[in-house]
Design a protein around this ligand. Structure first.
Ligand code: ASP
Ligand code: MG
Length: 428
């Protein structure tokens, strides 16, 4: 008997029909002889709607109450799913994150998991029930308050439970058939990837591929949890994300496996660019700047420092951060203008980031050339560049991002013959 953790995203449970469809699928999985733990997200775009509601009530930040509010979204879907499973003739019990033993630190809105003790979940499945867990939430033992893990955090709940329960697989159900070589909403000819290493998936997620939450991929990799990303709207095999690259061979059933050089193109519109102009070019200034930004709880992504113009003694430092963290970081930097001694600040939200990812980059020369050639042929100007061993990322203007993604995707021959199906979801 296998233990399977299944996670259903908001678009899979967006209405009563969706909840019934998911219930049927879960019951079938159990009937096939498995123990099943289900993690659900809030229905459809309801987390966004709750955020909109809060914004209509106040402009003040209220992290504790915000977590109380947002965690309610997942509670609605878990209870309805349990009812639908009863209706479908099986038995289920739903649990909030804290009941499921998801213990986090006390940082509201982006809490980190520090312990998972799923005793009640174990008891429930051993009794023959289907256990349903509200995604994206936990509880802090320090504050005794409810916390949330950050947007998209239900994936991480699922993987954390799978690791703690030693599940055989964690299935992430979404509104497309798997991980694609690019977002099918932008590149309709994108191809489904059958297996990908967690190393590459990590870079994809970090580069804005919204299909999996970054922390879920990190967690799965650290604890060796195999992920199967697939659609709740079809029975097709999805994409396997494998922590150990050697496992690829097993899944492919003896087919000779040639790893592609490039696994995909990811893009991201959620970041803004900050430029600090005229920073004194002396030791310690970068540390001072990034200390200020860290104090404002911002997660920095790309950083570029210009060579200081000969003799000027000053340089410009640009970096990107999530748009939602921009205001706080800017306020903190402004307050420190005199002490740091920089000239001015620039801020731009109309940017996009494009990343090309592939483990084969390590051993294949010419990838960068082809990449920059494709962007240049498409008339795309580049603002910033950063690389890792298996990734090249650039920042462009937001309005050229889709063009850039399609150009790079085509240049690396990633286009498939079929049009990818997007079953649901607004992409919000
Ligand atoms: N409902 C939360 C969100 O929309 C968590 C999740 O869906 O994973 O971000
Ligand atoms: Mg969601």
């Amino acid at each position: 008997m296998a233990l399977i953790v299944q996670k259903f995203g908001g678009s899979s449970v967006s209405d009563a029909e969706g909840i019934k469809r998911v219930a049927k699928r879960v019951v079938e999985t159990q009937a096939a002889g498995n123990q099943v733990v289900v993690v659900v997200s809030a229905m459809g775009d309801s987390t966004d709607e709750l955020l909109d509601l809060a914004a209509q009530v106040t402009s003040l930040s209220n992290p504790r109450e915000m977590d109380m509010l947002l965690s309610a979204g997942e509670r609605i879907s878990m209870a309805l799913l349990a009812m639908a499973i009863h209706e479908a003739g099986s038995s289920a019990q739903s649990f909030t994150g804290s009941q499921a033993g998801m213990i986090t630190d006390a940082i509201h809105g982006k809490a980190r998991i520090i312990d998972v003790s799923p005793y009640r979940i174990k008891t429930s499945i051993e009794k023959g029930d289907i256990a349903i867990v509200a995604g994206f939430q936990g509880m802090s033992r320090d504050s005794n308050d409810i916390t949330t893990l950050g947007r998209g955090g239900s994936d991480t709940t699922a993987v954390a439970l799978a690791a703690a329960l030693k599940a055989d697989v964690c299935e992430i159900y979404t509104d497309v058939d798997g991980v694609y070589t690019a977002d099918p909403r932008v590149v309709p000819s994108a191809k489904k990837i059958s297996t990908i290493s967690s190393e590459e998936m990590l870079e994809m997620a970090a580069s804005g591929a919204k299909i999996l939450h970054l922390r879920c991929v990190e967690y799965a990799r650290r604890f060796g949890v195999p992920l199967h990303v697939r659609s709740s709207f079809s029975q097709l095999e999805g994409t396997w994300v494998l922590p150990n690259p050697d496992d690829t061979i097993k899944i492919q059933e003896g087919e000779p496996l040639e790893q592609p050089i490039i696994s995909g193109v990811a893009h991201d519109r959620s970041e803004a660019k900050v430029t600090v102009v005229g920073v004194p070019d002396i030791p310690g200034k970068a540390a001072e700047l990034f200390g200020i930004v860290a104090g404002a709880h911002s997660n920095i992504d790309m950083i570029v420092q210009n060579v200081s113009t000969h003799g000027s003694g000053h340089t410009d430092i640009s970096f990107t951060l999530p748009i939602v963290e921009g205001a706080e970081a800017l306020a903190a930097l402004k307050a420190a203008q005199e002490s740091v001694g920089y000239d001015s600040l620039e801020y731009d939200e109309q940017i996009g980031k494009l990343s090309l990812i592939g483990a084969g980059m390590r051993s294949n020369p010419g990838v960068s050339y082809k990449f920059f050639r494709a962007l240049s042929d498409a008339g795309v100007n580049i603002d910033m560049i950063s690389t890792s061993e298996i990734r090249i990322s650039v920042v462009t203007s937001a309005d050229l991002l889709d063009t850039a993604v399609r150009a790079v995707h085509a240049a690396f021959d990633l286009d498939g013959d079929a049009v990818a199906t997007v079953y649901a979801g607004t992409g919000r």
